[in-house]
Design a binder for this molecule. Structure first.
Ligand code: GDP
Ligand code: MG
Length: 177
């Protein structure tokens, strides 16, 4: 009945991982607050942000965790992964090294997180197409081989950010329903 509009049916924890400076915090800022900062500082302290959306008439609160700059020290703790039902592994399409490190992140995820976690590979910064160092086809092939969802995004111009979270959260929703 009236007043029930703030009822939450599900809370899904989603973690963001990937090398430093690939745009994880800006992807989150874009999704949670529709904001973007060009000279964002390294994240300090583990934090998460939430956004509630409606999937198949149910209210789903996404609780999205961002690393505390720990990616530099390869010290993301198991507490970070605990309870996560989804993950975005992010690389920067202009930095080959950030893509080459994806298997390492995948291994981290598979050793710390639930084995049924839904994973999306995200190639960020498509607005810098002229500096592209990772062909989309390489990433697509890798994602197929590893059974991951895959999208390229730009947190700067908002391309596919909504789509990435929607796809991930809908898949999680479908698995548990
Ligand atoms: P994080 O370390 O992975 O959290 O990366 P940040 O979100 O802090 O972003 C690192 C740098 O890349 C910052 O200067 C951002 O403004 C920039 N950045 C993030 N996303 C994009 C994007 O989609 N396009 C462009 N051109 N720059 C971006
Ligand atoms: Mg960050």
């Amino acid at each position: 009945a009236g007043g029930g509009s703030d009822k939450i049916d599900y809370v899904f924890k989603v973690v963001l991982i990937g090398d430093s400076a690939v745009g994880k915090s800006q992807i989150l800022a874009r999704f949670a607050r529709n904001e973007f900062t060009l000279d964002s500082k390294a994240t300090i302290g583990v934090e998460f942000q939430t956004r509630t959306l409606v999937i198949q008439h149910k209210s789903v609160k996404a609780q999205i965790w961002d690393t505390a700059g720990q990616e530099r020290y390869r010290a993301v703790t198991s507490a970070y992964y605990r309870g996560a039902v989804g993950a975005l592994i992010v690389y920067d399409i202009t930095r080959r090294q950030s893509f080459d490190h994806i298997p390492r992140w995948l291994e981290e995820l598979r050793s710390h997180a639930d084995k049924n976690i839904v994973i999306m590979l995200v190639g960020n910064k498509t607005d810098l197409e002229d500096q592209r160092a990772v062909p989309m086809e390489d990433a697509r092939e890798f994602a197929q081989k590893e059974n991951l969802f895959f999208l390229e995004t730009s947190a700067l111009n908002a391309t596919n950010v909504e789509n990435a979270f929607q796809t991930l959260l809908t898949e999680i929703f479908n698995i548990i329903n």
